[in-house]
Design a protein. Structure first.
Length: 239
């Protein structure tokens, strides 16, 4: 059994414009504009059941200040307000606030430090990503190949592509996990996402739209993979 999370952020924008954006205060500076963008992303992902309870974390780079705007710890990402964010430096330390950032802040800052092209990092706890990470296991890789939808990933222009998504062991030692991700990306810098076993998926992009597009494509492909595995299992039982 698989769970369907088919979505398109751009298609959702008109709905948000009618029901949500106009009800919120306008942004008076760059930081507030980034917060509003994260509120939109959080509502969108939450509406697709990708961010249950208070799970996941979302961030955007603030290049003018060499910093990051990130969700604070323990907040429902579908009901974020402008008070639910804080600004941090690239080492993960809060700037001019007593608010506590996400417990996985270092996984965000690792990506921002790794590449100046990364300006958005989104982490969700989707059912399909958790299931497939448990089926394959930590220390292994999910391989997605010969799918037309792979062309939704930046830098991919053919279905004849193999997208390799590493699966890391879940741990509360975030500093250690960030170091492991860093070492992997040094060898495979074109990676678009990674899985944490039994936990969820991290994806990123040059901006919010690209990060959401990557999540949309990879989530759909994971769903297809799980459906194929289920179909093969049923065929084997019939035989």
């Amino acid at each position: 059994m698989t769970f369907s999370f088919k979505f398109c952020y751009n298609a959702y924008l008109p709905i948000m414009l009618k029901t949500e954006i106009f009800d919120r205060p306008r942004a008076y500076n760059k930081v507030e504009a980034l917060m509003l963008e994260l509120i939109d992303a959080g509502q969108f992902l939450y509406s697709r059941s990708l961010l249950p309870a208070t799970s996941g974390n979302l961030s955007l780079r603030y290049p003018e200040n060499n910093s990051v705007v990130i969700t604070r710890s323990g907040q429902c990402k579908g009901r974020l307000s402008m008070q639910d964010f804080l600004e941090i430096d690239l080492n993960g330390f809060p700037i001019n606030t007593n608010k506590v950032p996400s417990a996985e802040t270092l996984l965000h800052t690792q990506l921002y430090q790794f590449s100046s092209d990364i300006n958005a990092v989104y982490h969700v706890h989707s059912i399909n990503s958790v299931v497939i990470s448990k089926l394959i296991g930590a220390g292994k890789e999910l391989r997605l190949q010969n799918y037309e939808l792979l062309k939704a990933l930046s830098g991919v222009d053919t279905h004849a592509h193999t997208e390799i998504i590493p699966i890391f062991k879940n741990t509360q030692n975030i500093k250690l996990l960030a170091a492991e991700v860093e070492q992997y990306l040094k060898v495979a810098p074109d990676t678009h996402a990674y899985l944490i076993e039994g936990h969820g998926i991290y994806s990123w992009g040059t901006d919010s739209k690209e990060a959401l597009r990557h999540l949309e494509a990879i989530e759909t492909l994971i769903e297809i993979e799980l459906s194929l595995r289920g179909a093969k299992r049923r065929d084997n039982l019939v035989e």
